[in-house]
Structure formats: C-alpha cells, structure tokens
Design a protein around this ligand. Structure first.
Ligand code: FAD
Length: 402
C-alpha cells in the first residue's frame, strides 16, 4: 500500500458471507463501479466483489488513462459521452482527488483519406453529443507547439479532429475511490479470492466456488477483464473474445509543457504527459493472443521511432518504465455488456484497449440492469446476442491506434 491509500482512503474489510444477492468477479474498475452504483443508486449492498489479486491489479491499474468519447458510431459516442460526464463529476461525488484533468485530444490525419475520416468523426461526434471539431495544421501547432508538422518529411500532418472533452484521471485513485464508496455503504470486497468454478442449480448459476470456499449468489457478474473467457467457460459459455497483451511505457520526466493528448491513427501511437512530467506512450496490441505480461524492447523501439517522427523532442528522453496488460478484445471492437443466455450469469467485457474511460458508465448501466432486470437503452446495442442477430457494432473509433 502506498502513502495515498494509507492516509486518505478508508477500506473496511470483512469476512465473506455464505451468500450475497450479487457476486461480482473481478475487482477492476468495472467490477467496483458496478458495486459502487448498485450501492449508491439502488441501495443494493448485499454485494461482494471477489478479486484474485489486489483491486486495480489488472488492466484498471495498467492503462494509459485516456478518457474520451470521440468514437466512430452513434451508439458508442452516446455511451462514452455518458462516461465522460460521469467522470467529470466523480471527484465531487466520491470526495476524492482523482487527478481528473481535461486536456483535449488531437487525432491526427496524414493523408486526404485520413482527413476525411477525421471530418466524419467530428460530424458524428457533434451529432451525438461529444465535443469534436476539425482543425487545420496551424491550429494543431498552436495546441501542440512541439509537433513537427512535416512528420520528418514522411508523415505530413494535414489536419486533425480535436476532441475538447479528452481527459485523463489517475487510474488507481479511480479504483480506490469506487471501492471505498462501495465498502462504506456495506459492499464487501474480498481480495486474494480466486473464483475457480461456478455453482449451478440446473441451468441457473447460483454461486461461485472460490479458493476460500463456496459463496451463493442471486446474480453473478463477470468483470474479469482479459480472463473473461475462462470464467465464461465455467458457465458453459463461449464468448467471442480473444485476450491480447497491450504494452505501454513512460519516459523520464520532461518539463510540464505538453498539455494535450495526441494520437496518430496512421503511425499507430498515442502520447500524453503525466502529472509527474513523464511522457506516456502506447501503441497497438501484440498481434498474438496470449496471457503473457512480458514487456519487450521491440515494442519500445518501434513505438518510440514512430512517436519521434512527429515529436522530435522525445528522442532526448529515456524510457523509465514499461508494462503490459491483457485485453479482452471483441471482434467488432465494441464492448459486450449484459445477459448471456445463462440464467444468473452476466458479463461486462470486450473492454479491450479502451475500457478505462468506460468505467463509470459501464458500472452505472450494469448496476441498473442488475437492479431492475431490464437492459438500459444506452447499453442495449452492446448485448452479446448482437453477434447472433448480425448486429455487430464495428467501431474504428474505439482504439487510439487503429
Ligand atoms: C497498456 C494499456 C493501456 C490502456 N490504455 C487505456 C486508455 O488509455 N484508456 C482506456 O479507456 N482504456 C485503456 N486500456 C484498457 C483498460 O485498462 C481496460 O479496458 C479496463 O481497465 C478494464 O477494466 P476491467 O475492470 O474490465 O478489467 P481489469 O481491470 O483487468 O479487472 C479484472 C480483474 O479481474 C480479476 N480476475 C480475473 N479472473 C478472476 C477470477 N477467476 N477470480 C477473481 N478475480 C479474477 C483480475 O485479477 C483483475 O483484477 C488500456 C489497457 C492497457 C493494458
């Protein structure tokens, strides 16, 4: 535990009960947010969150903290915009400093086709509630003076969409605030508790088997990030999810003068500056599905090379840390939220490389579904049965590195 947790956050730990109304498997942002909103919006507190490691030890504590709603399809823009708005009020609501910082996000175009795509993004964003406009190179230079608009003579910047709602927040603080808020209202969070099986009564899931014993449940929600297919398998369910590693790294610290987020869809990288001054960079997934969290030099080399093409100052910095998370990738790059066809078993998954920003809205909507037994309109398009119904939601706006 670090200083912040010890001094500022009050966690109330409890012994597991024999059963709960709701058991949430996975103490990442989505599991904890669902518990938080169940307690705060619906008064449902007979809830346990079971986490095999420590809370936020999965992708929720490993991401690059980009929050945005400049997605490519109406369903996604609406959903992520709800999350952006919930994030904007989350510090006040939880009374915790989450280091929420509205920075704006430039999404660069290097070709005429890219420029058309960014203009289209601005249109669809504006139509469905997100704040995005198309900007010309001169405005890009004003927002980000460090940029080499010639792209080292190879990747000229011809325009960009500018999403003023783009923000960051400190990932582990978000996790802790949600956990604290849920626990203060009576939710149990059990760390070091691994779910090893699901208990069924006929076709219905009625509990979980764990390495600390069996726990009964009215409803079981899987919020297990990159390990979701293993849990789904225990329910006899095959999900359209592949688990891929995703790496990121930070440099040593640079004078605090890089205020915006910047992403290039053609060069496949994105960058921001942390509050400590580190330059934080990410790129595309490792292509091979795997549960390996090994981080490697080839990733740093190729990502850094692309980033330096546009931001030459980066070449004078040193890489300080590198890490990897395991992402639950859906075939259409959109999340899967809701019922599964297996009674008593719900999922929130398909969060891939973009689920941090979705934590508040994902939790809020899943809590509403559990509390009311009705799928909220905002997440209805993201149901699992969309694949069987031929209603997939291919979204080229979901990842910063398509
Ligand atoms: C390098 C990287 C950069 C990223 N950058 C961004 C970004 O900038 N913006 C963005 O929006 N998203 C980003 N993401 C994606 C984002 O981090 C995830 O989509 C999000 O954190 C998923 O949250 P979650 O709660 O679903 O999963 P997790 O946080 O992974 O939580 C799942 C938890 O389930 C637990 N678990 C698994 N199986 C079991 C079991 N059997 N029993 C008990 N517990 C279990 C795990 O230990 C884990 O703690 C990034 C991801 C990575 C890896």
């Amino acid at each position: 535990m670090n200083e912040y947790v010890e001094r500022k956050v009050t966690f109330t730990w409890s012994e597991p009960r024999s059963s709960y109304d709701v058991v949430i498997v996975g103490g990442g942002g989505h599991g904890l947010a669902t518990a938080y909103y169940l307690a705060t919006r619906h008064g449902i507190t007979n809830v346990a969150v079971l986490e095999r490691g420590y809370i936020g030890g999965g992708n929720s504590g490993r991401n690059t903290t980009v929050i945005r709603s400049n997605y490519g399809i109406p369903e996604a823009v609406r959903f992520y915009q709800r999350s952006v708005e919930l994030y904007e009020g989350l510090e006040e609501e939880t009374d915790r400093f989450l280091m929420h910082d509205k920075k704006g996000l430039l999404w660069l175009a290097h070709t005429e086709m890219g420029a058309r795509a960014e203009r289209a993004r601005a249109e669809v964003n504006t139509a469905f509630g997100a704040k995005t406009e198309y900007v010309e190179p001169a405005q890009i230079k004003e927002i980000c003076p460090q940029i080499d608009l010639t792209g080292n003579g190879k990747w000229p910047v011809v325009g960009a969409s500018y999403h003023s709602g783009g923000a960051t927040a400190r990932h582990d603080r978000v996790v802790w605030a949600l956990a604290e808020g849920a626990m203060n209202r009576g939710v149990h969070v059990h760390q070091r508790t691994t779910v090893t099986g699901l208990v069924k009564d006929g076709e219905r899931v009625v509990g979980v088997a764990t390495d600390r014993g069996t726990i009964g449940a009215g409803t079981v929600l899987s919020a297990t990030g990159g390990w979701v297919t293993r849990l789904a398998e225990m329910a006899g369910l095959r999900l359209p999810i592949r688990s891929h590693p995703l790496q990121a790294f930070v440099t040593n610290h640079y004078e605090l003068q890089f205020p915006s987020l910047l992403s290039s869809g053609d060069l496949l990288f994105y960058v921001s500056q942390t509050a400590r001054g580190e330059m934080l960079m990410g790129a595309e997934l490792d292509p091979q599905p795997s549960y390996s969290t090994r981080a490697g030099h080839p990733f740093i080399q190729s990502c850094a090379q692309r980033a330096i093409t546009l931001l030459p100052f980066l070449r004078d910095l040193r890489v300080l840390r590198q890490w990897t998370g395991i992402c639950d990738m859906s075939p259409d790059y959109s999340p899967i939220m809701g019922t599964t066809g297996v009674d008593g078993f719900l999922v929130t998954t398909g969060w891939g490389t973009w689920g941090f920003k979705a934590i508040p809205a994902g939790g809020e909507q899943m809590a509403e579904l559990i509390a009311t037994d009705e799928t909220p309109e905002l997440i209805a398009p993201f149901s699992l049965d969309r694949f069987a119904r031929d209603r997939t939601l291919a979204d080229r706006g979901s990842s910063g590195t398509h």
